[in-house]
Write a protein that binds this ligand. Structure first.
Ligand code: HEM
Length: 401
């Protein structure tokens, strides 16, 4: 059945007043549906792919306000009723999910200290040279930017920056290949076992080392972190951002080839403003992590009851014409660009500066080495990962030249 107010792809279950929008078509092209939902009141009950419902918030000002609203919490213990609760994070890794606001802020402090301006300055030279090496080893010719370039890059580059021993980097890469490749169909149990093994090996390999991970492990030894807190942080730092960084890197090459062209991109030297525009336009993280209402509250004229789940749609906010002129167009010099692609407020992305650094260095290295790269598939034919919280192309076939 089609929604009466909206068109085509939005399916409305009249009995429950719930709409269904999350399918493979949504991942590839979420913009028309999100525009309909923004225009049609902005806040809707949706069914998530696993079944349970949630509130979906789509207008920029509501999403931004929601990210700052302390009546909404990421603490999963506040979830009540039948609503969507997020990915089932195994108990050993849920330190950042099952925690109150004060402890959440304390745990974030350990990571924030490692992402300080001083520390990032140390990486200023290192990151581009690691990325140059990575791209420099890629032979010209036909290849897939996802599998051959973007997928191995985080293990190689961020593994080095964070201080992962070589053997653990290899294990992380093998986890990524088995779960993120287009034809991957991992069994959850195997994936979990692989993640446990990588976290354990990271703790062993990082002990005593003067690296980001070594210092986190040291906080466990001195009692500043419990064993579960350390596993939860490592789980986040090793696995949670991996997929979305691959999505951003591969999606960026695809977008620049399709919208700007390789020669113009290589001449303009993509910098931080380009990365912001790509984060806005692509919105690789479509939804912020689920928020749970601590009390009854009003969002956009709808009463959200205590314990219900709110999904703040970063992608819809990033394409809201009330804030961004021509929101579906790529404008490298867009200014101001107050996008929410890396979240906002108390749970925003602690990797923000690193994401900008790594992505800009990667695009400069890629288009510097291959200024005549050509897409070998029609962008409209490219399939996208159908996960509803993240989006990225499954393959980006090119001739690197
Ligand atoms: C360099 C790699 C990255 C690291 C180390 C990193 C780290 C983090 C951390 C520690 C948090 C905070 C989680 C919390 O407090 O519960 C976070 C949040 C977030 N990250 Fe990243 N991240 C990285 C890459 C990315 C990328 C590539 C994207 C998107 C393109 C992204 C989008 C986000 C968003 C949207 C949030 C906020 C989630 C929310 O509001 O629920 N991150 N990140």
């Amino acid at each position: 059945m089609t929604c009466v107010q909206c068109t085509s792809r939005v399916v409305l279950d009249k009995d429950e007043g719930v709409i269904e929008i999350f399918d493979e078509g949504f991942a590839a092209d979420p913009w028309p549906v999100l525009a309909e939902l923004r225009d049609d009141g902005g806040v809707h009950r949706v069914r998530t792919p696993d079944g349970p419902g949630a509130w979906l918030v789509t207008r920029y000002h509501d999403v931004r306000a929601g990210l700052l609203d302390t009546r909404l919490t990421t603490d999963i213990r506040r979830a009540a009723g039948k609503d969507y609760r997020g990915f089932g994070v195994p108990p050993a890794f849920e330190a950042l999910q099952a925690v109150d606001a004060d402890d959440h802020a304390r745990l974030r402090g350990f990571v924030a200290a490692e992402m300080s301006a001083r520390r990032l300055a140390e990486w200023d030279d290192l990151a581009p040279s690691l990325i140059q090496d990575h791209v420099g080893r890629i032979p010209p010719g036909p290849l897939d930017v996802v599998a051959d370039v973007a997928l191995p890059l985080p293990a190689a580059v961020l593994g080095e920056l964070l201080g992962l021993p070589a053997s653990v980097r290899a294990a992380l890469l093998s986890w990524a290949e088995s779960t993120l490749a287009p034809d991957a169909a991992p069994r959850a149990r195997d994936t979990l076992a692989a993640m446990h093994a990588v976290v354990t090996a990271t703790v062993e390999g990082a002990r005593g080392a003067d690296t980001v991970l070594g210092r986190l492990v040291e906080h466990r030894r001195t009692g500043l972190l419990t064993a579960d807190e350390l596993s939860g942080l490592l789980f986040y730092l090793l696995f949670v951002w991996y997929e979305v960084l691959v999505d951003l890197l591969a999606g960026s090459v695809l977008t620049l080839l399709a919208h700007v062209g390789p020669r113009r991109t290589s001449r303009s030297g993509p910098g931080s403003a380009t990365v912001d525009e790509l984060l806005r336009l692509l919105s690789p993280q479509v939804l912020a992590g689920p928020r749970f209402a601590r009390v009854d509250l009003d969002i956009g004229g709808h009463v959200v009851r205590t314990g219900e789940t709110v999904l703040l749609c970063l992608a819809a906010a990033n394409h809201d014409p009330a804030v961004f002129d021509e929101p579906d167009a790529m404008r490298q010099a867009r200014n101001p660009n107050p996008h929410l692609g890396l979240g906002h407020g108390a749970v925003s992305c602690l990797g923000n500066a690193l994401v900008h650094k790594v992505t800009a260095a990667f695009l400069a290295a890629w288009f510097g080495r291959f200024p005549a790269t050509a897409l070998t598939a029609d962008p409209a034919e490219i399939r996208w990962r159908s996960g509803f919280r993240h989006r990225g192309p499954l393959t980006v076939p090119v001739k690197a030249a």
